[in-house]
Design a binder for this molecule. Structure first.
Ligand code: ITT
Length: 194
């Protein structure tokens, strides 16, 4: 009996936390995720899809499916800031500095992700979002980035206090990746060759 080689999806990112979550979700669905550790140049843009499109345009063309992702946290009381600037703001202010920005303000926030896929000559984008609130102080050691201060609606834990499976089940990235998985293998189509 011949064994089907799992199709390879090559994920271009500098963020190891994203890789862990993408692997957990897509490898469970029969794909192999190869990590190309890259800091892709990001344009000044106010839209995650525009950034994801630019990242995808910067990755080399090869035989594998190419994957990029752009994400951020949008705080309503700050007019959506830091949004597309989330990585820069986290690097410069850290979580305590970000919490100071919302001191005394409503704490509603939303994580959003756009996953970009190049499949041959086609490019496709998949969106996911999760609403929540900012915790009063950082809690938990799982996940990465803003996870210690984000509490999804309907939960009491931060996403850093969840297992990665629990986080993937509700997260912005998990939702976007499930859209991508449905595109790659729509219900009824058993397998897809690379
Ligand atoms: P890339 O190389 O893929 O660009 P990056 O970490 O620079 O990796 P982004 O430019 O997409 O990623 O910036 C997203 C920022 O939002 C970054 O600071 C992340 O830590 C944070 N972020 C995104 N998703 C998150 C999640 O699920 N949990 C916690 N923080 C998250």
């Amino acid at each position: 009996m011949t064994q089907r080689t799992p199709p390879t999806i090559r994920f271009y990112t500098s963020n190891e936390g994203k890789v862990r979550e993408v692997r957990e979700l897509l490898e469970g669905r029969g794909y192999r995720v190869a990590w190309s550790r890259r800091e892709l140049t990001e344009p000044q843009a106010d839209d995650l899809e525009e950034v994801a499109r630019a990242k995808l345009a910067a990755v080399p063309r090869g035989k594998d499916l190419a994957l990029v992702e752009d994400s951020g946290i949008f705080v309503a009381a700050l007019g959506g800031f830091p949004g597309v600037y989330s990585a820069y703001v986290l690097r410069t202010l850290g979580l305590p500095g970000i919490l100071r920005l919302v001191d005394g303000k409503p704490r509603a926030a939303e994580f959003r992700a756009v996953v970009g896929l190049r499949d041959g000559t086609r490019t496709r984008f998949f969106h996911g979002a999760v609403k929540g609130t900012l915790a009063p102080r950082p809690r938990g050691s799982g996940g990465f980035g803003y996870d210690p201060i984000f509490i999804p609606d309907g939960k009491t834990q931060t996403t850093a206090e969840m297992t990665s499976a629990e986080k993937n089940a509700l997260s912005h990235r998990g939702k976007a990746l499930r859209g991508l998985a449905r595109y790659l293998a729509p219900p009824g189509r058993v397998s897809r060759s690379a």
